[in-house]
Design a protein around this ligand. Structure first.
Ligand code: C2E
Ligand code: MG
Ligand code: MG
Ligand code: MG
Length: 282
């Protein structure tokens, strides 16, 4: 299966390499034109304020359903879309869809609903990115402070000197920047020093074993203290159990995201969720 691609052991090297190459080829072939065939959609996963349990926003996550390949997970197709260049169009689609949707949710439920969108390295090499973000915010009448862009170290690793100036332009607009998958990279700390982040998302791998791994708890505590000292908000990713949630609340983690609250769901399902949560105010 696709998860084994790149993790071959010598004994079945050839057969598996072949399989991976074929899968890759099929994805490359199918991703071409998939946007025009309406195969992509944007799902949303809620972010919850851990101190009061209220929904404060959501992360937009791209979904691809292809007639030949079925549901292809983003962990598989995003990297390929990066290489083919399709990510530029896909990224625009996600931003447009999610801001359009957010404008509706603002009107209907919650004026300060925060939408988070993932950006990948190639999008940062698009000289029109900053203008596109600004235009799309304005077209949908969404305030910049309600948009958060999640990037991983990969964006910063690209090392181009204009990354810093792009990040500065984005934050000067009032858009927030989040460092995604924090703790999995090589030099996350030096990036926090250099770039204007507002939010840190602790990677799911630290949350998984909160109950049993003392080291993970120590690291989580340290990340939260450090973040708060730097005036950064902390989101914990991948919260699946009540126990994990309680621990994170105890150590003052600001926000939580994970299957415990909700899986990523369609815009329609998200609207229903907001409806049942906010009907009291209507
Ligand atoms: P990410 O940005 O770190 O997103 C979080 C991933 O964790 C999502 O996977 C989400 O479904 C999953 N997740 C959330 N809560 C839980 C949980 O409690 N347990 C477990 N096991 N998983 C949980 P997803 O949607 O498959 O996306 C994977 C990655 O693909 C994302 O990681 C992001 O890096 C990338 N991606 C997704 N959509 C986009 C997009 O629109 N643009 C870009 N550039 N990348 C995207
Ligand atoms: Mg993310
Ligand atoms: Mg993440
Ligand atoms: Mg990730």
């Amino acid at each position: 299966d696709a998860k084994n691609c790149g993790r071959n052991t010598f004994s079945y090297y050839t057969a598996q390499m072949n399989q991976c190459a074929q899968r890759r080829l099929a994805i490359e072939e199918q991703i071409h034109g998939a946007l025009n065939r309406n195969e992509f959609s944007v799902f949303y996963q809620v972010k919850t304020n851990l101190s009061n349990g209220k929904i404060m926003g959501a992360e937009a996550l791209l979904r691809w359903n292809n007639p030949a390949l079925g549901n292809v997970p983003p962990d598989e197709f995003i990297a390929i879309a990066e290489q083919t260049g399709n990510i530029i169009q896909l990224g625009k689609f996600v931003l447009e869809q999610s801001l359009k949707q957010t404008a509706l949710w603002h009107k209907e439920y919650q004026q300060d609903f925060q939408i988070a969108v993932n950006l990948s390295p190639r999008q940062f090499r698009d000289p029109q990115l900053v203008q596109f973000i600004d235009d799309t915010l304005k077209a949908n009448n969404v305030h910049a402070s309600n948009l958060e862009l999640e990037i991983t170290e990969g964006v910063l690793l690209s090392g181009y000197n204009y990354v810093e100036s792009m990040l500065n332009s984005i934050t000067q607009m009032g858009v927030k920047m989040a460092m995604d998958d924090f703790g999995t990279g090589y030099s996350s700390l030096s990036y926090l020093r250099t770039y204007p982040f507002d939010v840190i998302k602790i990677d799911r791998s630290f949350i998984n074993e909160i109950a049993t791994a003392e080291k993970d708890r120590a690291l989580i505590n340290a990340i939260i203290s450090m973040s708060h000292a730097l005036n950064l908000k902390v989101v914990a990713e991948g919260i699946e159990t009540e126990e994990q949630c309680q621990y994170l609340r105890k150590v003052n983690c600001d926000l939580g995201q994970g299957y415990l609250f909700s899986k990523p769901i369609s815009a329609q399902a998200m609207t229903k969720l907001l409806d049942s949560t906010f009907q009291i105010n209507k």
